[in-house]
Design a protein around this ligand. Sequence first.
Ligand code: PLP
Length: 624
Amino acid sequence: MGYFGINDKGHVTVRAGGPDSPELDMLDLIEKVRALGLELPVLVRFSDILHDRIQRINRSFAEARDKFNYTSDYAGLYPIKVNQDRKVVEEIIEYGRPFHMGLEAGSKPELAIALAYLHGGSGVVVCNGYKDEPYVRLALLAMGMGLPVYLVLDRPGELDTVLRVADALKVRPNLGFRVKLDAAGAGPWSESAGGFSKFGLTAGEILDVVGALKRRGMLDCVKLIHAHQGSQITALRAMEESVREAARYFVELRAMGCAVERVDMGGGLGVDYGGERNGEDDSVDYSLSQYAETFVSVMAEACEEADLPHPILHTESGRALTAHHAVLVVDVLDADVPRDAPSLPEFQHEKEAEDADDADEMAPETASLMALVDEVDEHNAADIWHEALALKGAFQRAFLAGRVGVRDRADAEKHLWRIAARVRDVAPQSLFAAESEEEENTVSDYVVDRYLANFSMFQSLPDAWAVGQRFPILPLQRLGERPSRLTAINDLTCDSDGCINQFIVKDGPKPALPLHPLNGGEPYRLGIFLVGAYQEILGDLHNLFGDTHVAHVGLGDNGEWSYQQVLPGQTTRQVLTQVSYDPHHLMNRALALTHKGDHNLGALFAKSFGEALDDYTYLTPEIS
Ligand SMILES: Cc1ncc(COP(=O)(O)O)c(C=O)c1O
């Protein structure tokens, strides 16, 4: 990522303004935030990372334009949907001003934000999404006032509304077409591309719309082409194909007499969550420069062939702009550790077996398992583990057939635990070369600790739950120490889905994360990185765990860190109000209960109930 590192105390550090900026110890920062009375979980936002991302993206386009003699401008448009937080939007507008950054709106509330901030910025507003008459009217009125607003026709049916309202207001609209590209997208959201995509006009629909506008003498109103091939485009090749197709539409529309002067390739600039630049869903196979060069060079080539002036280029990168700037910091509260061989309690049945006459009449599968325990070494660990799992299957069949009994079964389990523990110790990665889901589950039963962390996946990492997205997770301390436990991370919700069991680790995604054993009551803090795009806003109130605290930190001119904003998370009172309870009413109902029973307990109950209403919705552990 380039922003985070490890210092000689083994703590995670951040250099939010890039490699030359001052280094901040994340643990120190968390202690300072806690000293303000904000317990974990806390979402930390780094304004300087946001700033740096904007600069990097714009620098890449500036270099690409120089390289390919591109004579027109590039201006990014921030898609508000990716993170609508006021401070984030205001910072993007401020940092984006020198680059003429604009905004993209996809709904009426987003349009309200975009228009209200127009006077503070210098970019344009592009209006996408489903549109009703009030949406269209507001956008057209803004255009009538001379504001740089563009209405994109996402569906053919929108034209009638736009023309009717424009006629009534006597406004000549700035129009764009969202074109439905055939180019296949690439990555987890590739269904936004191609014929089945929700939005966009097909070639035939474009001809109809162009015909209707031509009849009204309005071809000069068509100023923009928009194409969006889905978020997190993982392959540069897919991006290039899309730009090529969009460029063809640009050339064709110009030939039909439309005044297209802007080409907007939408979002999709991916984030390398896995850090391996391999084009898998967690990653991308290109750099920022390659992305910019592809867009610029393909457009330049198409314009040269058709002898057309270069259009202004737009992208609507949201994820690539915002993901890096936010880190969710959570405490691990507890560990649920499976029994493993070295710490196995002495089983009663072992003693019984020693005494029993039939002690050496061991089932063949059990004997084979036992023999494998001592064979495990670094080189054969994966093979032995697979063999052990095959024997486990054979054992199960024998048990069902009545050929082996419960005592054999207990012995077999014990040997399997021992093998798993040996493999974990000498070659942990081989445990995850699972050949089936069943094998994967077996691993987690035998060797994966369940670490309980103080957060809600549904509130803070909804994509991890909903679409299985993996985020980088790292302990903030003890990074000089080899992690010896393999873990899955349970959240606080009463939902078995509230568990992170897919992780980005070296050599690809794995169902367990190596972490350190917990040391008594010592805090153990995890950072969940790259969560600045989409997560908070898609999060929900499952189990009524509310918004987390947010600490917005930035680097002052003097190189010192300071809080730019600290927002306390939601209290129980606030989340209850959000689901239509009246906390006063609840308090009254609680007070009515105290008329019965012991007076002192009743008074304490009333006090605690009142305090609970103002408490953070997450656990407030007593960590020193
Ligand atoms: C029209 C449009 N523009 C921009 C974006 C932002 O995409 P990303 O976050 O991948 O840059 C989206 C999100 O999918 C979108 O639908």
